[in-house]
Design a protein around this ligand. Structure first.
Ligand SMILES: Nc1ncnc2c1ncn2[C@@H]1O[C@H](COP(=O)(O)OP(=O)(O)OP(=O)(O)O)[C@@H](O)[C@H]1O
Length: 255
């Protein structure tokens, strides 16, 4: 079992990572047709860090993200969000934890077409029965470059603007961690890079923790660290990645 742990803490200081997976396995099916999607993954995502997860198709990236985000339950092993062990939560508490403490950004934006940008951004708060912090909303709108657009509906916005709305929505609850599943996959190169710069700024400027699955070495180069998955295991970690180094490592894994 390979352990990819956070940077060494000062002696005596216990640094709780935002998310931790301990020897997580996830199998689908039984008997001869069983598939081991994750085969013993241990990893920590330090608070305030930006991690990209890469690997060949079928290596377990989506399964890892789903288990880490409490959308799927491991077959064995533990997932902790801060100090909370997700295995101890029933479905309704898990749903609440996802709503209140985790943000999601998807390839396809997943905005509600009938709602304005502002209404989409504040939807997680409304669902939780929490009041909208006006100052925080203003800051998010400003940081995501959406000033002047908040009254628009998704159909009236470009793909990049829609993804920025989705990012603001993911941040509005001040979650412990934001998970991204190919957040730039549906965008052209230059719009994708604008979104990646915004994600980087969300980590550097707001101290947010970000974990992103991507197939794109350029996208991965915006992260602090890249984890490479192969056949259900993390086989390598790369700090301060460059797009070229990531691309050549992926070629070695048979992408
Ligand atoms: N619900 C499921 N039922 C059966 N097998 C599954 C299920 N979900 C995933 N798998 C299998 O688990 C393995 C890992 O799948 P996963 O989707 O996590 O890979 P991935 O790295 O995200 O792939 P891709 O890059 O193609 O999206 C694959 O062999 C896949 O077929």
């Amino acid at each position: 079992m390979t352990n990819f742990s956070a940077a060494e803490a000062r002696p005596g200081l216990r640094v709780v990572p935002a998310v931790r997976l301990e020897d997580v396995t996830r199998s689908f099916g039984r008997g001869k047709s069983a598939v081991a999607a994750l085969r013993g993954v241990s990893v920590e995502f330090p608070a305030g860090s930006f991690t990209a997860i890469m690997g060949p198709s079928g290596s377990g990236k989506s399964t890892l993200l789903q288990c880490a985000a409490g959308l799927d339950r491991p077959t064995s092993g533990r997932v902790l969000l801060g100090d909370t062990d997700l295995a101890g939560l029933n479905e309704s508490r898990l749903t609440r934890l996802r709503r209140d403490r985790i943000g999601f950004v998807f390839q396809s934006f997943n905005l509600i077409p009938a709602l304005t940008a502002r209404q989409n951004i504040t939807l997680p708060l409304r669902l939780a029965g929490r009041r909208v912090d006006r100052a925080w909303l203003e800051e998010l709108v400003e940081r995501t470059g959406l000033s002047g657009r908040v009254g628009h509906r998704p159909a009236e916005m470009s793909g990049g603007q829609q993804q920025r709305v989705a990012i603001a929505r993911a941040l509005v609850t001040k979650p412990d961690v934001v998970f991204g599943d190919e957040p730039t996959g549906a965008l052209d190169i230059s719009t994708g890079q604008e979104v990646l710069r915004l994600l980087r700024e969300v980590v550097d400027g707001l101290g947010q923790t970000l974990v992103m699955v991507t197939h794109d070495p350029v996208a991965a180069s915006y992260a602090d660290r890249v984890l490479f998955l192969a056949d259900g295991l993390i086989v390598e970690g790369m700090d301060r990645p460059t797009a070229d180094a990531v691309a050549s490592r992926l070629t070695g894994l048979g992408r």
